[in-house]
Design a binder for this molecule. Structure first.
Ligand SMILES: Cc1ncc(COP(=O)(O)O)c(C=O)c1O
Length: 470
């Protein structure tokens, strides 16, 4: 993925906004807007963002907490929050002008930036939506209509991973199961030894979807699973889907852009969604849904936003750009975010690479101290890694991990999600609890040391999860 500059007349020039405030009425005239300087080229080595500037960008984070959970809600730098606030004020100052003159073209600029970042072919392949949950509803609603309108036969299959995200699974239940589709869940191993295991199990899942002459109408594949977190070999799985005659492939990459390589031509899926608020520094919440133009319904054809407005029927990208009166400011700062990431060496690719290296390093430091193991090979982690907890903590259920998570928050001021992996038959004392650590630009080694030391302290105290029952 290349580091790009946004289009010349990008919505708000990041550097410009930091050197000049708006006039006293707080709103620039349209002509001021056109006069703005062009986007500066990527910085030279000496002008990369400094550690103290990074600290200041995230100074709104609670300083008392070790926040090693970027994966759940992401983060947004204060300079972008300030720009978002400017957009909100522009709307509130003169809503009619904003609505008639600015909103649509500015959303189109954001879409153009995303299109270039993800190497899509056409502008109208990219729609901006709130989040991955909304994108899943759009794709699955289309699947439901195909069942209801008789284009898919009752019993045709939708194949997804057992580790698909909870709300996406609910969406499959709401749209596909209710419409008569058969849902096949591909069970994945954890810990994962190699990508081949996943490929083999996925092939088996497709085969069972095709038994008795049924067809697999949709494969829903995560790019990075949430819990446990593993990078899925999607390119290979998409290729297999094509060979096996699967109608459509939808990649749920809620942890996509800024976390893994996101290149639409390379991946080749029909639909691909990624949040921008997780690993691309957007304010909550903004995501894109890519719909391949050549695909059935792609590029907006038979896809519709679940919130119907007067834009219904004008193509998904346009439908998504107006879902009624609301705050669109998170979508409008996308070009400025690109400028923000370009202040780092290598832009978003550089950030992604360094986050990966650092999270692996931190994971290895923790397993060494706790005498445990990582949940998958390092090449299958992105900016998050699963780290086994000491067996003696006695993690034995989903409720244990919730309680342990709360304990780490309340007693040690650490934000960390934990996964319970039920023991398999015949296993004696396996590692049943795994923390999912993330690394983002604001993190410091001390955050992970605090986690390491907290867990070691619990071990020394002879702590057992069952002691939290009372
Ligand atoms: C794989 C996956 N899909 C979907 C989602 C939902 O994302 P959002 O809440 O932004 O819609 C998540 C959230 O973490 C996720 O990890």
């Amino acid at each position: 993925m290349a580091s790009l500059s946004p289009p010349e007349e990008a919505a708000v020039s990041y550097h410009h906004r930091h050197s000049k405030r708006y006039p006293s009425n707080g709103v620039e005239s349209v002509s001021d807007f056109a006069k703005r300087p062009k986007i500066s080229p990527p910085p030279k080595q000496s002008s990369f963002i400094s550690p103290s500037e990074i600290e200041s960008e995230f100074s709104h984070h609670d300083p008392d907490f070790a926040r090693v959970n970027n994966g759940s809600f992401g983060c947004c730098p204060s300079s972008i929050l300030a720009l978002q606030r400017d957009w909100q004020l522009r709307f509130l100052r003169q809503p009619d002008r904003f609505y008639f003159d600015e909103l649509k073209p500015k959303i189109s600029e954001s879409r153009a930036v995303i299109k270039r970042l993800i190497n899509a072919e056409h502008d109208d392949e990219v729609s901006i939506v709130d989040n991955a949950t909304t994108a899943a509803a759009i794709v699955l609603q289309q699947t439901a209509w195909a069942f209801r309108e008789g284009r898919f036969e009752k019993g045709d299959a939708v194949v997804m991973l057992h580790y698909a995200y909870g709300s996406v699974k609910k969406s499959v239940e709401a749209y596909v199961t209710r419409s008569g589709g058969q849902v096949i869940e591909v069970q994945l191993p954890f810990p994962v030894i190699s990508a081949d295991e996943i490929v083999t199990r996925f092939r088996n899942g497709l085969a069972s979807g095709k038994t008795n002459g049924r067809r697999v109408r949709l494969a829903l594949i995560d790019h990075v699973t949430s819990m446990p977190s593993v990078v899925i070999p999607i390119k290979e799985l998409v290729k297999i889907c094509r060979e096996e005659g699967v109608d459509q492939v939808f990649v749920d990459a809620a942890h996509g852009i800024g976390c893994v390589d996101v290149d639409m031509k390379d991946i080749g899926a029909d639909f691909y969604t990624s949040n921008l608020h997780k690993w691309f520094f957007a304010p909550p919440s903004v995501a894109f849904l890519y719909c391949k133009k050549s695909s059935n319904g792609g590029g907006g054809g038979d896809l519709h936003h679940p919130v119907v407005s007067n834009e219904y029927g004008n193509g998904l990208a346009v439908e998504s750009s107006w879902v009624g009166t609301r705050d669109y400011s998170a979508q409008l700062v996308v070009p400025s975010i690109l400028e923000f990431v370009n202040r780092f060496e290598g832009g978003i690719d550089g950030i992604k690479k360094r986050n990966h290296e650092r999270v692996v390093e931190m994971g290895q430091m923790l397993v060494k101290s706790w005498g445990t193991q990582l949940g998958c090979p390092v090449e299958m982690c992105a900016s998050m890694v699963m780290v086994g907890l000491p067996v003696c903590l006695g993690v034995g259920s989903d409720s244990d991990v919730m309680k342990l998570r709360t304990l780490l928050r309340e007693r040690f001021s650490i934000e960390i999600p934990i996964y319970f992996r039920p023991p398999e038959e015949g296993e004696i004392d396996p590692i049943a609890g795994y923390v999912r650590i993330s690394f983002q630009v604001y993190n410091k080694v001390e955050d992970y040391h605090r986690l390491r030391d907290a867990v070691n302290q619990l071990v020394r105290e002879g702590f057992k999860c069952m002691s939290l029952d009372s």
